[in-house]
Design a protein. Structure first.
Length: 452
């Protein structure tokens, strides 16, 4: 975006025109693309700052004493009236061939009749270069600024003024004009924008990320009769999706203004399909600032940062590795002729227990935890109780009394594994104790069993 604007400004300067004109033209072109929402979100801080500087500089240029002298005030008002009428007339005449009615053409002319920053800049340059006398240039500058001050009044009443000028006061004529005003949007981009806006006003699902996972969710929602709006930062993907008729918006899903445009106030569910947990956390924080009660479903690669996502506001977190394991388990159980209701109950129980069973894994010798700072980095470890160890003849409850905070998942004795041993289970030499927990706690438990 910045490259396009700077290149356009440079080409404009090479052609003998101003930098501002080239930047303005590139901005107009970018505003007609699907990237306009993200562009607006990115430049908003700079826009607010530069607008403040612009109006401060304009205020410093104005000679307000012109408004206190009747003769010069009359000149300013005459220039203001001439400026508005002349711009409105030219705008209406130029617009008429591209509209269906005089009413629309006149409304367009009235809307663009106000002065703008280019008029202020041009008038300032003329005064500084002494190309116009001060007696003419300073009143004109004040007239342009006054037209900008009156712009809210002109814009809000352009419809009434156009009807008055065209003498369209009859109820039937007014009704017909109202129907024409809200006719179909002409360009393809505007039609897509209008369709997306209509979805945003109704109950729908917001998909943050429109990759393979996001598109799969979208297809299922469509098949079930639910509407959605997707957000993504991949220009090629967005372009192809818009051509296919998908309601997608280019932009950063963590931007609060973009979320509002996607209809966050009316959304029923929000789905975050990005694989990067840091990206998901940023989106969750923005969503929770705007709608704390909205259900949010988050996709993640594994369970290393589930706690962080839940603390950020995720209603539910779906780890890919665990869900893939559950799908394999379900197929295996069905191939073993386990009844479908029993399979469903088993999967629901695992999910309800936050995938606790699936965390009991044995890592490779050279494997490291996914995240050294993560809470969910538990693993399994087998400890052999040798003769003379402190734990021989003592129960698991006594081990816990020594500050051991691991989970005893099993005790293997004479080749037979006992799952979930009771606290009064007494250990013997040669037993293999299977424990589960974080690496630090596993080392402490092994140390206690061996040396007390």
């Amino acid at each position: 975006m910045l490259l396009v604007v700077l290149s356009s400004a440079w080409v404009s300067h090479i052609a003998g025109l101003s930098f501002a004109l080239g930047a303005f033209l590139s901005g107009m072109m970018l505003a007609e693309t699907e990237y306009r929402h993200q562009i607006e979100a990115v430049i908003r801080p700079f826009r607010d700052l530069l607008l403040g500087l612009f109006f401060i500089s304009v205020g410093m240029l104005l000679d307000m004493r012109l408004l206190t002298r009747p003769s010069e005030l009359a000149i300013v008002l005459a220039m203001l009236l001439t400026l508005v009428i002349l711009k409105a007339g030219i705008g209406a005449l130029v617009t008429r061939p591209f509209t269906t009615t005089d009413f629309k053409a006149l409304r367009t002319g009235i809307v663009i009749a106000i002065g703008g920053e280019f008029g202020v800049a041009l008038c300032t340059i003329l005064l500084q270069a002494r190309m116009v006398p001060e007696a003419l240039g300073e009143p004109l500058l004040v007239a342009i600024v006054l037209s900008m001050v009156l712009s809210p009044l002109i814009l809000n009443n352009n419809k009434r003024v156009a009807r008055l000028l065209l003498r369209e006061s009859g109820p039937v004529r007014v009704a017909r004009l109202l129907l024409r005003e809200h006719g179909p949007v002409r360009t393809a981009s505007e039609r897509e924008e209008a369709a997306t806006h209509e979805i945003a006003l109704r109950e729908h699902v917001i998909l943050c990320g429109f990759g393979r996972v996001g598109q799969n969710v979208a297809r299922v929602l469509e098949a079930q009769g639910f509407e959605y709006i997707a957000l993504d930062l991949d220009p090629a993907r967005i372009g192809a999706a818009r051509q296919a008729g998908d309601p997608v918006i280019f932009g950063d899903s963590s931007d609060e203004e973009l979320l509002r445009q996607a209809g966050l106030p009316t959304a029923s569910v929000l789905v975050i399909s990005f694989s990067d947990p840091a990206t998901s956390v940023g989106i969750l924080r923005s969503v929770r600032r705007l709608r704390p009660e909205l259900p949010v479903l988050v996709r993640t690669a594994d369970d290393s940062r589930i706690k962080e996502l839940q603390d950020a506001g995720a209603t539910d977190v779906v780890p890919e590795t665990f869900e893939a394991s559950l799908m394999l388990v379900s197929h295996v159980l069905m191939l073993l002729h386990v009844p479908v209701p029993r399979v469903v109950r088993a999967l629901e129980a695992i999910r309800a227990d936050r995938y606790a069973v699936l965390r009991n894994i044995v890592r490779r010798g050279d494997a490291r935890p996914v995240d050294e700072l993560a809470e969910h980095r538990e693993e399994l470890k087998s400890v052999v109780v040798p003769p003379g160890a402190w734990a021989v003849g003592r129960s698991l409850g006594e081990l816990r009394g020594r500050g051991v905070e691991v989970t005893f998942t099993g005790v293997r004795r004479h080749g037979i594994l006992g799952r979930e041993p009771a606290a009064d289970t007494v250990l013997r030499d040669g037993d293999i104790v299977v424990i589960y927990g974080q690496p630090e706690e596993l080392e402490r438990a092994e140390s206690v069993m061996l040396a007390g």
